[in-house]
Write a protein that binds this ligand. Structure first.
Ligand SMILES: [Zn+2]
Ligand SMILES: [Zn+2]
Length: 243
């Protein structure tokens, strides 16, 4: 074994690969400087905006203009969500929004690992979880897009945390219309009966993964189904949190 656990031949192969395929930023494609160790280049990273400290401790809704308070947001005060807590990489704007769009609609599947790694880092280290599952897509949408972006992210988080991925536990059984432009109440109604449980979740602490969260109608609808099925708790992990 050589330095770092690689055999000399493997090290040679790795350096050859680096010469012909130098590591590059998965978002903009620019070649990384020699000692670069971050997931994205400095310029792309500077356009990722983490959530401020001032946010709702349950749904992570950022509070504009407040520097460091963590009271519940209006919506969570009125009706506490079924899920326990939302972890979000950052605000759904600028480069994070761009990365999600590239990943979701432009076939940049290779963003699954860096985005999944960012997601895993935002989840509390000591959080006790039994399994990871993605927000499912309706079958027709899955055929159109050929992959479920939430499943790819869930796989990466599960791989790092050494947890099982339940890719077929939750099903989307209705082809609901797009949530865009709908009010919070309309979103909730739009998703009524849209998800079904297809397996065993009794007493499990579940991490539900999605790419973007806006009002939380989707993750709430999924949480209801999981908790009705006996899950002990549902945590949410998303890349972009829309304010
Ligand atoms: Zn970049
Ligand atoms: Zn809230």
């Amino acid at each position: 074994m050589g330095v770092g656990g690689f055999s000399p031949i493997k090290k040679l192969l790795l350096s050859l690969v680096r010469i012909f395929f130098p590591p590059a930023c998965p978002l903009c494609g620019s070649t990384f400087p020699k000692d670069h160790s971050d997931l994205f280049c400095a310029e792309c990273s500077s356009g990722f905006h983490p959530l401020s400290k001032a946010k709702c401790p349950i749904c992570s809704l950022p509070f504009a203009g407040e520097s460091n308070s963590s009271h519940l947001c209006g919506r969570c005060t009125k009706k506490q969500p079924l899920y326990t807590k939302v972890y979000a990489v950052g605000l759904y704007e600028q480069n994070l929004r761009r990365a999600i769009h590239q990943f979701k609609f432009n076939g940049k599947v290779g963003l699954d690992r860096p985005l999944g790694k960012l997601l895993e880092r935002t989840i509390a280290n000591n959080l006790n979880l039994d399994l990871v599952l993605p927000v499912p897509l309706f079958r027709k949408r899955l055929q159109q897009r050929s992959y479920n972006q939430a499943l790819l992210l869930a796989r990466e988080v599960a791989r790092i945390r050494k947890l099982p991925v339940a890719s077929d536990l939750l099903h989307k059984v209705l082809d609901t219309k797009s949530q865009q432009g709908l009010s919070a109440r309309e979103r909730e109604q739009n998703l009524r009966g849209a998800f079904e449980l297809g397996g065993e979740v009794e007493n499990k602490i579940v991490l539900l993964v999605d790419d973007v969260m806006t009002t939380g109608a989707t993750v709430s609808a999924c949480s209801r189904v999981l908790l009705d099925g006996g899950a002990a708790a549902v945590y949410i992990a998303v890349i972009g949190r829309a304010a």
